[in-house]
Design a protein around this ligand. Structure first.
Ligand SMILES: [Zn+2]
Length: 72
């Protein structure tokens, strides 16, 4: 149970981390991993520039904002 809702942030870009996993850059300044690890996490769209471009502007819940702002 989580009474608080993670705020939704828009994807403004992407970069790869040191291990080569894709990280969505959110408009709040946080990053969120969008790993492609089949069969557990299938995000084939991360594997092409076209697929990533389609995700720009899409909203993701940012748990870092939830934890960082007024958390306590
Ligand atoms: Zn955030």
């Amino acid at each position: 149970m989580d009474a608080r809702q993670a705020p939704e942030r828009r994807i403004v870009g992407f970069h790869r981390d040191a291990e080569g996993h894709w990280v969505a850059e959110l408009d709040c300044g946080h990053g969120r991993h969008v790993r492609h690890e089949p069969p557990f996490r299938v995000r084939a769209w991360t594997q092409t520039a076209e697929g990533r471009a389609r995700m720009l502007g899409v909203r993701l819940a940012c748990r870092e904002c939830l934890d960082g702002e007024g958390g306590g």
